[in-house]
Design a protein. Structure first.
Length: 649
């Protein structure tokens, strides 16, 4: 582990705070919904597990730098967290913990001998990798057929699991040790990503899927053009989301049940939701990305009597609105499960897609649809700027003949055409403007100025929203971040109390729900290298956090000892706190985030369809209302920055 990581104690419910401001009532604890509290296990058995765990951790320590160390560490971390958080839900879980310890001991023995037999094993194999987001070890399971020829490249099926509130690291890994799962095609490897437990394969969960696939492709001979995405229930929702947002990754996809959007699925009256939150549904609502699904085969599944057929019906409408028909297979008489014959037919058809070449071959047409530059690329089209975030943006492109491309756009200000199926680009006709590319180029950048397209790129020195640097607050937690804690104190007792509570709330929640440990440093220890490598999550105010003090006069929201000023709005600094995301003035390719973690909270964990961003690029929190399961306080103001990262007029 990096030397600057701070181990932070967690409990089954979030801690009150690291300290309590003298004379102030403590902020009430927020009960944790995920994962639920487990049962008490026999004290003697618990002590034995703890002793075995400590012994194996000591034995594993010399291998910490080994590339295969995560294959051991995921097993030990699963038991460590189960003991720490009380994540035993059945007496059988104790036996499962013993199985993980036995496997860890075998792997340590092998590493001591310079061996790694599990890397060549067939059948059910548990592996681990280190996440780029927080350096945590994350598990995944493999199903490798005994007779599969691995001398050449092979297809990969990605299976996303259903929701299981009690399916923590321990139970997930034990399941991957003992059960092949819903599918086991004889001519392919199947990978089961963990997805950070129960996040609906969104946020850090979507990155877990992509990184697990990358890890498998690195260690096995996977044909990257023959990767199929599948899942059921929560995994079906994850399949809809990841398939639509990352269409370049998959040869085909098949979501089973699961939700595809928020408002209709939850029967939400939009009048009850702030306008900025409604816009933020566009981060994940799959109908807003439906045209991306035209780039690959999609086979949806629903049980005839399953209420979650609603998701596929919504997607049928989305396809129909674009003049397309969704291939929707229905299991006769089925509730929330597959009909075996229908599943067999789906697998047969997916296999046929792979036999026909998957992503191999010439793709002359590309369709892109998005609402944020977090998701900006489809096939050979890569959007670099939007005219306005959170409105529908589209690119439809086609290579009409060798080197000649026709493009139509909506709400796009800049894009790149990357190497075409047939080679270099010699001419682009975009929104009626004809542009000759002389000499022909493998990559062409186009920019819209004063209503006309021309060849060129945006000014790199101009501060602007661009891919990977476009907000909202939650976006920082999909990439490597560093939590920066204040070494000083706020002059305002209410601010100090709130910061202490919310900072610890975030750290506990990241560990308990996101299943990782955040990197943590005090403000006085942060280096220029840290700012270059990580998004900085700054806690405190300019008086308590020296990093925040250094950049505060370069932020669009001004924060002094007396007042917080956002445009024409002013708030008392003694009773309000700003939260925001903004390019780091000291390292403009990274974010700074003020006083916030992911903005969905415990009250949204009851359904994965609500685990969406709840705050835009900035907000001001009124501390007169204490933090609770739905919000960090009363939202006194909240809005997006414009495309140049400035306050809207």
């Amino acid at each position: 582990m990096p030397g600057f990581r701070v181990e932070l104690a967690c409990v089954l419910v979030f801690a009150l705070a690291a300290s309590v401001v003298a004379g102030a009532e403590p902020i009430p604890a927020i009960p944790r919904l995920l994962p639920p509290e487990g049962i008490a296990i026999d004290p003697a058995a618990r002590e034995q597990l703890q002793q075995q765990l400590r012994g194996l951790q000591e034995r594993a320590a010399p291998h910490a730098g080994d590339p295969l160390a995560p294959d051991v560490e995921v097993l030990l971390a699963a038991l460590e967290w189960a003991l720490k958080f009380g994540e035993f839900y059945d007496d059988k879980d104790v036996g499962g913990a013993g199985d993980l310890l036995a496997m860890a001991a075998q792997r340590i023995d092998a590493l001591d001998a310079g061996l790694s037999p599990w890397t060549d094993a067939r059948g059910l194999v548990v592996r681990g990798y280190r996440s780029s987001i927080d350096d945590s070890v994350q598990p995944y399971g493999l199903v490798i057929p005994e007779n599969l020829d691995l001398s050449g490249t092979v297809p990969l099926y990605v299976w996303l699991h259903g929701r299981g509130d009690k399916q923590t690291n321990l139970s997930f890994i034990h399941g991957r040790m003992t059960q092949p799962g819903q599918i086991a095609p004889p001519n392919a490897i199947v990978v089961h990503p963990f997805g950070r437990h129960c996040l609906g394969f969104k946020s850090a969960g979507e990155i877990d899927v992509l990184e697990a696939v990358e890890h498998v492709a690195k260690h096995y001979h996977i044909d990257r053009n023959l990767i199929v995405l599948m899942g059921f229930s929560m995994g079906g929702a994850g399949c809809w989301h990841i398939g639509a947002h990352y269409p370049n990754q998959w040869a085909a996809m098949s979501p089973g049940a699961g939700f595809a959007e928020t408002a209709r699925y939850q029967s939400i009256d939009p009048a009850t939701v702030p306008p900025y939150e409604q816009l933020l549904w566009g981060a994940y609502d799959v109908p807003d990305y439906v045209r991306n699904l035209f780039n690959l085969p999609v086979i949806a599944y629903s049980g005839e009597n399953d209420k979650q057929i609603q998701a596929a019906r919504v997607m049928e409408e989305a396809f129909a609105s674009e003049g397309r028909t969704l291939d929707h297979r229905i299991g006769p008489g089925m509730g929330h499960k597959y009909h075996p014959d229908t599943l067999a037919a789906i697998l047969k058809d997916l296999g046929s897609e792979l036999e026909e070449g998957g992503r191999y071959g010439i793709r002359l047409v590309a369709s892109l649809q998005t609402r944020t530059l977090r998701y900006h690329q489809v096939e050979w089209v890569d959007v670099q700027r939007l005219q306005e975030h959170w409105r529908d943006a589209r690119v439809d492109a086609e290579e009409l003949e060798y080197g000649v491309v026709q493009v139509t756009t909506k709400n796009v200000a800049s894009l790149r055409i990357k190497p075409l199926p047939n080679g270099s680009v010699s001419k682009v006709v975009i929104d009626g403007h004809s542009l000759s590319i002389d000499p022909p180029a493998n990559e062409v950048s186009l920019i819209l100025r004063d209503g006309r397209w021309s060849v060129g790129e945006p000014d790199a020195a101009q501060l602007a929203k661009k891919p990977g640097l476009q907000g909202p607050i939650d976006d920082a937690f999909l990439e490597p971040f560093l939590v920066v804690t204040p070494s000083g104190k706020s002059p305002h007792p209410d601010v100090q109390r709130w910061v202490e509570f919310e900072q610890q709330h975030f750290l506990d929640r990241w560990e308990g729900v996101f299943r990782g440990r955040a990197r943590v440093k005090r403000d006085v220890d942060v280096t220029a290298d840290d700012a270059a490598r990580y998004h900085l999550i700054l806690w405190g105010d300019p008086a308590s956090n020296s990093v925040l003090a250094r950049i505060s006069d370069r932020l669009p929201i001004h924060w002094t000892k007396d007042a917080i000023t956002a445009g024409q709005q002013t708030f008392a600094a003694a009773s309000h706190v700003p939260v925001l995301i903004y390019p780091n003035p000291d390292s403009p390719e990274r974010y700074v985030v003020l006083n916030s973690g992911p903005t969905f909270r415990e009250g949204h964990d009851r359904t994965n369809s609500l685990q969406n961003p709840k705050l835009p690029d900035w907000a001001v929190i009124d501390l007169s209302q204490p933090p609770d399961a739905l919000a960090p306080g009363r939202i006194a103001a909240a809005e997006f920055f414009d495309e140049e990262w400035q306050l809207r007029e």
